[in-house]
Design a protein around this ligand. Sequence first.
Ligand code: ATP
Ligand code: MG
Length: 420
Amino acid sequence: MALITQAPRGVQDVLPAEVYRWQAVENTMRQVVQRHGYREIRLPTFEHTELFARGVGDTTDIVGKEMYTFTDRGGRSVTLRPEGTAGAVRALLQGGALAGTLPVRAYYLMPCYRYEKPQAGRLREFHQLGIELFGAPLPDADFEVIMTAREILAAFGLKKVRVEINSIGCKDCRPRYHQALQQYFEGHREELCETCLQRLERNPMRILDCKSPICQEIAKNAPITLDYLCDDCREHFESLKAMLDGCGVQYTVNPRVVRGLDYYSRTVFELVHEGAGAQGVVCGGGRYDGLVELLGGSPTAAVGFGMGIERLLSVMQAEGVEIPEPFGPDLFICSVGDPARDAARRLVYQLQEMGIAAMYDINGRGLKPQMKFADKARSRYCIVIGDGELESSSCLMRSMTDGQETPCPLDPGAIANAIK
Ligand code: ATP
Ligand code: MG
């Protein structure tokens, strides 16, 4: 029975009574990113498994152990998207959108799927806002992307958010850093977790991102990327910092920020909510100049971020940020008696045509339950019509916010005017 009465582990329903919180967050996100010139891209829920294996990287946790992969009826391996970037690059390349004028700005707001151990702030189906900026190699692009992420959090009045930045170098300087890391972690072989032992061979930087406390402790004294950057990468990072400083943006350089995905280069950043622990990373992003080429396009600079909506909602709750519950209908028409009920129905449809959210009781109940329903539905205004109102062709318009009653002709135009 539990199989049909309980949703699978790690997914969340949003019921009609609470959806306004999601809608408020989504609307603000869209407004901010669209103001910066990002246009929405809509992507399929599943892709060829190969796209993520290549595009996210097979040394990552995502590809290594978190993907929802299955064989379809045609015998092909497909995977529910664990993130948005690989699919966005695939789609833009396929549609030729990176071949024209650059930069190209795209955003998505969509569910992603990862087989993780469900806990607070960590779901198997979660929602992400992502922005991707292509064809802009200068630090101005990194700056824009970080500022956009900050703006979204600021729009909700969140205060306890820290911007952490780092640079992880490029394909020229990273090998030297990898070597230094390997050397360091070799000395701690016995203490590292199983997964990190594999990371040690294939991608030692991932160890810095391990969530095991022992590995984290060891990582504290590991060499840092910033000491191994080539001149170009160092200059890029210094310019970015100067741009942030120039706009009075507070940030910290955190050499431990490396991000979980393989395709990053140079700038990486996180927006962390203080006091929320490991799940306090609301937003993570950075530069991934090699990805477009890796997925079959010509070399194209790229930078972006992913922001977890569930995590944003939970830090908003933790900080006591209230989202006001919106009103329901503009007007609820209560009626007493059959002729009045007929009039109520006609009025509702006349008002609806005029763009007014009007309602009446389709269950034909008595006056008291009608009024109760109007109140529960958070109606802005309410009128009651009975034989008297029909005879005098007038009614009392009651504001549900302050209880004030105003006389009004029983006519759709007059009613519409009265509640505007
Ligand atoms: P973490 O280190 O917390 O596992 P990540 O590095 O795997 O995060 P990204 O792939 O960068 O995360 O995803 C971007 C954002 O999406 C994260 O900063 C977070 O807000 C959110 N996110 C990632 N995984 C989940 C999840 N399983 N449930 C809810 N939100 C998630
Ligand atoms: Mg993760």
